[in-house]
Structure formats: structure tokens, C-alpha cells
Design a binder for this molecule. Structure first.
Ligand code: SF4
Length: 521
């Protein structure tokens, strides 16, 4: 504590923020508690069920403070907001349906994905499908191709299904309120509905995403599990109280922007925060520092505020995990431990042949139209039981490949490339990668799932997942290793040793073979 204090006494605002966390990474991913909101079956804007009011310190009950907070946040947003393509469209698009569509696409893409990643996808999407009508006419294959690499692939599919519904059942007119958006559009939850309605149509309704959860929990020292329905309900109430009715879209974006760029998870920039005077977590840290400082200089220290509510407050930090001074404002929010992702192993084979121009071609097959990575293309793959012996693994993969290429595949002929790990939201997937070079053409069975041969460029332009791109990369790396002069010559020596004395025309004999006495035929 004293080390922290002496640093604090001399710290510039820039240094002071280092006391609050270990790094300065900026976070822009939106976590959306939509499934939870939907599970509660509480439509956007509906009054929450009767509950005891929370203690005052967890509320925004002073209208003057709310007014000041809105003003501070909005003027900061006007000065500091990032220039993002969907914001430009929301501000300039005069057609209300196009405007709502433009915001909707951005909100779906931003779910669980970094802003920096989304920008390029968003521009390409809006260029290709600038209207709901254009998207409704696209094929799922086209949607998957454009979405490839963005992750959570069902989002693109659901967006397109909902666009079709707007065109066919709502005469192309976007619902204008959060309640109708949530009720009428499949895949649109409470958060997305609130964001579209406030940003596109000026409805004064709050939003709660991962960034807002963090900011509100810190502003009001909410330390109970922030993923619990009770806390989420309180946060929605709070967001609806805070939202500025004259600029609801800007206010909601400002709150999220603050969470994405200033009030970040690990090292919030409290020194630069436009609402720090309204932040109870910040106030608590300052009081602790003042207390420690007075004690250090031998002055009678003021009795520090205990700050927690008296009794069993359902929103305070739990008694079992109380305030930790070393964490500062990052004591908030707290979350229940996540379930560890499920481990899965999948054998996958890069089947390669020479194309007509000599360039390699790869066999890709389409996944089923539902479930994980629905409708995407991949190398022939087979889920494996855990702890399967390598021999058995190869045999099972060889049988699987035989079904695709219509002729027997020797398990021994499969070359092991390596393992590729890919983390899906709830699955820790290990791809056990093999390759097989086919020396002659095969006839693909049209009765099986769709399959096709693609060049490398075609592979990357197809609707393939990031995991499959990693698999191809591992395969290419192995090929480069084999063809590099040092490694390549080693491998050739091995081959030659096995094949010494073969009838291969032009093959050079090793020195040992040259000196060996000829054997009788
Ligand atoms: Fe977040 Fe710090 Fe601002 Fe509080 S003062 S809202 S903790 S950045």
C-alpha cells in the first residue's frame, strides 16, 4: 500500500491510471447479455417485476446528478468519438428503413467481435447489400462467404432470415420501436432492439451490453455477480433512467464508447474519464489514497468510509470476496466463474491433387445446414473420441475419406502434419491434421454432402472458417519445411536409403550402395 501511495503522490494523471490495473489495452468487443434478457421474457421497455428498491448508493436518484452526467458524457463523446462507418450512415442516411438496417447490421457484426475487425466486413457487406431487399435476395452461400472469418456464423444467417421476413411480411418497413423490433425480428434481442430504436429512430430507451455493464457497475459500486438476472435487471433499469431523451442514440453510444476506450476491463483510464466525479468506485480509491497519505505523514487519519451497505445488500461485493485495495476500481464488475470450454478432437485431412495447370487443388466439403459452423466448407473431418490411439485415429479417418473419394485409403499413407487448436466460444477444439496427396483423379459421389476441388485462392474466397484457414496454413508450413534445402535433402536421403537399388531411372546410388557387392538376381 505504501509503495502504491508514494507512487500516487507523485503520479501524473497518466501514471495514476497505472495504479488501477496492469496494462493499457483498449477493449472494443461487445458482449451482449441478450440470451439472458430473452430468457427472462421481458420485452424491451416492459416494466420490471415488483422488487424491493436497491439501496440508494446503487441508484441514480438525484436528477441534478443525472443531468450533469449526461452533459459530461455527451460533450466528451462529441469531442472524442471514433469515426466509424456505421455512425456516419446512421447520421446521414435519410431513408429510415435503410438507416435502421445499417445500424442493425453493425450491431449484429459487433457482437463478440472487435470494432477493428468489423470495419472492413461492414464496408464490404453494405457495398454488396446496401438495402434489406438486396440482402433478402442473396443466397446463404454468399452470406457465409462474406461472413467467413468473422466468427459466430449463425449471426449472418439469422440476419439474412430476418431481412427476408421484413421484406416478405412487413413490406420492407423496419419496425420503429424497441418493443416491435424485439417482437417481430428473429435474432433481435433486447440489446439490439434498444440500440436500433435509439440510434436510428430516436427512441429514449437504454441499452445494456458488456461495456455498459462494466461502466454502470463501477459508477455505482455494484459488486454482485453481474451476469445474474437480478443484477442485469437493475442495470436495465439504470440504463433507462440515465438515457438522455433528447439524444438517446448518442447517449447510448457514448456509454458504450466509454466502456470500450476509457473504462476498459483491466486498466481503466480514470484520470481521463469524463464522468469520474460521478463514479463511486473512483471515489472509493481516492478516499483510500487520502487516508493512506495522512497516515504516512503522521496526521490523524480520518476514519475511512466503509462504503459498503449495511446488512445483506444484494448488489454489494459479496462478503466472501470483499473489496481488494490492490484491484482499485477493477473490483467491479464481478462475474461468476465461467464454465470451462468443452474439449473436442477432430481429425481432418488436407486432400490434395495436382490441378490441370499443375497448381495444387484441395477437396472441401460442406458441413450440415444446422449446428456449429452450419453450411460452411471444410476439409473432410471426423470428430474423434477422446484418448483414441493414433493408429485407431488414422484408421477411422482413412475409412471416412474412403466414403468421400470412393476408393480405399491406406491409413499408413496419411501424413501427420500436426495439431491446430481453435477456441470457439464454448469449445476448445483440437484439429489433428493429416494430409494425403492423390496421384489420380477421383469421382466425387453426388449423393454425399456437396464437395468440390478448389485452388488455394478459391479456398480463401469460399465460406470457410478461420479454423480451416489455420489448418491449411499448418499444411503449407509443413510443405515448405519439406521442400527447404536442408530438411528436403534429409528426407530425400531417407527415401533413397529405403529405395536403394530400385529400378528408378536416373536415381543416384548412395556411397554405401555403390560400394556394396552386387547381389545375384
Ligand atoms: Fe470507469 Fe474510472 Fe470512469 Fe469510474 S472513473 S467510470 S472506473 S474510467
Amino acid at each position: 500500500m505504501w509503495g502504491v501511495l508514494s507512487a500516487a503522490r507523485t503520479a501524473s494523471p497518466g501514471r495514476l491510471r497505472c495504479l488501477l490495473g496492469p496494462c493499457r489495452a483498449r477493449y472494443s468487443v461487445r458482449f451482449h447479455p441478450e440470451p439472458l434478457s430473452r430468457a427472462r421474457a421481458s420485452p424491451a421497455g416492459a416494466p420490471a417485476a415488483a422488487r424491493a428498491p436497491p439501496p440508494a448508493r446503487h441508484l441514480f436518484s438525484d436528477p441534478a446528478e443525472v443531468e450533469a452526467l449526461r452533459g459530461n458524457l455527451l460533450s466528451w463523446y462529441d469531442r472524442c468519438k471514433r469515426d466509424l462507418p456505421w455512425r456516419a450512415l446512421a447520421a446521414t442516411e435519410p431513408d429510415a428503413d435503410r438507416r435502421g438496417y445499417a445500424v442493425w447490421v453493425s450491431e449484429i457484426m459487433l457482437q463478440q467481435t472487435q470494432v477493428a475487425t468489423v470495419i472492413d466486413y461492414y464496408k464490404r457487406w453494405m457495398q454488396k447489400w446496401p438495402t434489406l431487399q438486396a440482402l433478402a435476395q442473396a443466397s446463404l452461400e454468399e452470406v457465409n462467404e462474406l461472413w467467413a472469418g468473422l466468427g459466430y456464423y449463425s449471426r449472418g444467417k439469422r440476419l439474412q432470415e430476418a431481412a427476408r421476413k421484413v421484406v416478405s411480411e412487413l413490406a420492407g418497413r423496419m419496425p420503429r420501436t424497441a418493443e416491435d423490433l424485439q417482437k417481430l425480428l428473429p435474432g433481435v434481442g433486447r440489446y439490439t432492439a434498444g440500440a436500433i430504436a435509439s440510434i436510428s429512430y430516436g427512441q429514449a430507451t437504454g441499452v445494456v451490453d458488456g461495456n455498459v455493464i462494466r461502466v454502470l457497475c463501477r459508477l455505482r459500486c455494484i459488486g454482485a455477480d453481474s451476469s445474474s438476472p437480478a443484477v442485469i435487471d437493475r442495470l436495465w433499469d439504470m440504463a433507462n433512467v440515465l438515457v438522455d431523451s433528447s439524444r438517446p442514440g448518442d447517449f447510448n453510444q457514448a456509454l458504450m464508447e466509454l466502456g470500450a476506450t476509457v473504462c476498459v476491463p483491466k486498466a481503466p483510464l480514470c484520470g481521463e474519464c469524463p464522468v469520474k466525479q460521478h463514479c463511486q468506485a473512483w471515489r472509493r480509491v481516492e478516499k483510500e489514497l487520502a487516508f493512506a497519505s495522512q497516515k504516512l505523514f503522521g496526521k490523524p487519519p480520518p476514519v475511512p468510509d466503509v462504503e459498503d451497505c449495511v446488512g445483506d445488500c444484494p448488489l454489494c461485493l459479496p462478503a466472501t470476496e470483499p473489496w481488494d485495495s490492490s484491484l482499485g476500481v477493477t473490483n467491479f464488475p464481478r462475474k461468476a466463474a465461467k464454465k470451462p470450454p468443452r474439449a473436442m478432437r477432430t481429425a481432418t485431412c488436407v486432400l490434395e491433387r495436382r490441378g490441370c495447370h499443375g497448381a495444387p487443388e484441395y477437396l472441401i466439403v460442406q458441413r450440415p445446414s444446422s449446428g456449429l459452423l452450419a453450411g460452411l466448407w471444410e476439409f473432410p473431418s471426423l470428430p474423434l473420441a477422446q484418448d483414441l490411439q493414433e493408429k485407431k485415429e488414422r484408421e477411422e479417418l482413412a475409412d471416412h475419406l474412403q466414403a468421400w473419394i470412393g476408393r480405399p485409403v491406406a491409413a499408413k499413407g496419411l501424413q501427420f502434419i500436426g495439431e491446430v487448436i481453435h477456441i470457439f466460444s464454448h469449445i476448445h477444439q483440437t484439429y489433428v491434421v493429416y494430409s494425403l496427396h492423390l496421384d489420380r483423379d477421383v469421382t466425387l459421389d453426388p449423393a454425399l454432402s456437396p464437395s468440390r476441388w478448389v485452388t488455394e485462392d478459391e479456398f480463401h474466397a469460399s465460406a470457410v472458417s478461420t479454423a480451416m484457414k489455420k489448418v491449411l496454413k499448418a499444411h503449407e508450413k509443413q510443405r515448405r519445411k519439406e521442400s527447404s534445402p536442408v530438411k528436403g535433402s534429409k528426407r530425400k536421403r531417407g527415401t533413397k536409403a529405403q529405395g536403394a537399388g530400385s529400378a528408378c531411372p536416373g536415381a543416384q546410388l548412395s556411397l554405401r550402395a555403390f560400394l556394396r557387392a552386387p547381389t545375384a538376381p
